[in-house]
Ligand binder design. Structure first.
Ligand code: NAG
Length: 245
């Protein structure tokens, strides 16, 4: 009996190790053989949600801190792949990029792009963008490092990225992605679900995700929505395309 008690903790440790080893193996399989796994389990594909935005636009901030943040609380993030393209209504004029709300917005767009690029885990980069967009527009450039520090991100690395070649590269890529939209965006926030724009109908955001998802087991939120009005306020002045200050 005494011996049994003595080895008991070791048994727990060994069984924990085996469980972890099992999880590790499953994770590697997921990383390296996605097609094999998909064909075996016929996992329904995730819904592509893409937001084209710019860092200082009030309606973008409202969408990010509202419906997009709620998506992570109501379970719909589990059936989506979220992409954010920070560029918005910026334009290439005479060889340089001009942002709708001035140079600070270009800097913040690059900062957001760098964080998305550095921290591919959706929760990591989205937490940062959500934190930045919660700040008053006039303080975002000053306060983003505090969001970065609070989330344990490499603030210096992000700043260097935004000021350097990498930031310019990401900005150019985001310009291409925005300019190749078909149909073209007319204002921001511009939201697409599986490539189809929502236009002004941002109220239908959650319903559109639920409709697009082909899995049989939809999140509970989808059943609860069922015709209910969305939570996004319908009276807004969307930032119109072409309005460059
Ligand atoms: C979602 O995006 C991925 C990656 O770009 C693409 O391969 C896939 O076809 C998209 N799915 C839909 C339904 O648009």
């Amino acid at each position: 009996m005494a011996t049994m008690l003595h080895i008991f903790p070791y048994l727990i440790i060994i069984s924990l190790f085996l469980q972890c080893a099992g999880a590790q193996a499953r994770l590697s399989a997921k990383l390296f053989e996605p097609s094999v796994l998909l064909s075996k389990s016929s996992t329904p594909s995730l819904v592509n949600v893409t937001l084209y935005e710019e860092a200082l636009c009030p309606d973008c901030a409202e969408f990010i801190t509202g419906p997009l943040t709620q998506m992570f609380q109501n379970g719909l993030s589990a059936i989506t792949t979220l992409t954010i393209i920070p560029y918005g209504n910026a334009k290439l004029i005479g060889g340089s990029i001009r942002c709708q709300h001035g140079p600070d917005e270009c800097t913040l767009d690059r900062i957001e792009a760098c964080v998305i690029d550095f921290y591919p885990d959706t929760h990591s980069w989205f937490s940062f963008i959500s934190c930045v967009e919660q700040q008053p527009a006039a303080s975002r450039l000053e306060l983003w490092p505090q969001c970065g520090v609070a989330l344990g991100l490499d603030v210096i690395g992000i700043q260097n990225c935004a000021d350097g070649e990498k930031g310019a590269e990401l900005e150019a890529r985001n310009r291409k992605l925005t300019e190749s939209l078909d149909p073209p965006h007319r204002f921001v926030p511009w939201v697409t679900v599986d490539g189809a724009p929502l236009y002004e109908d941002l109220d239908s955001f959650f319903e559109r995700i639920c409709e697009a998802y082909k899995g049989t087991e939809k999140p509970e939120t989808c059943a609860r929505l069922d015709g209910a009005a969305g939570t996004y306020p319908s009276s807004r002045n969307l930032q119109l395309w072409g309005h460059v200050e």
